[in-house]
Design a protein. Structure first.
Length: 98
């Protein structure tokens, strides 16, 4: 009897470890890699890059401070946003592609 209880506990622990490993490789690790890639993009920003903010604003980088980026969104209009609000580089699609 005691051997059966012990083997069921060991079996449950093994399944728990397998589930944790699955969650790590399917959820946590890809998010971590995506976060690292985004941080590298933010650190590589330079004047003249076209970017999209998380709010959907498209602009050209005019200056970069420690925590903020100044974007030119139209002629004579500059806005200052946090670096963390920069979502991605902006790539215009030509009319032929769409």
């Amino acid at each position: 009897m005691q051997g059966d209880a012990m083997s069921s506990i060991v079996g449950a622990v093994i399944w728990m470890v397998i589930l944790i490993a699955i969650f790590y490789f399917l959820l946590y690790r890809p998010q971590q890699q995506q976060r690292k890639k985004h941080q590298e993009f933010i650190n590589s920003l330079k004047k003249g890059d076209k970017v999209v903010t998380s709010g959907g604003i498209i602009g050209e980088v005019k200056s970069i401070d420690e925590k903020t980026v100044t974007l030119k969104v139209s002629e004579g209009t500059m806005i200052k946003v946090l670096k963390s609000a920069i979502a991605a580089p902006f790539e215009e699609k030509s009319k032929k592609e769409s």
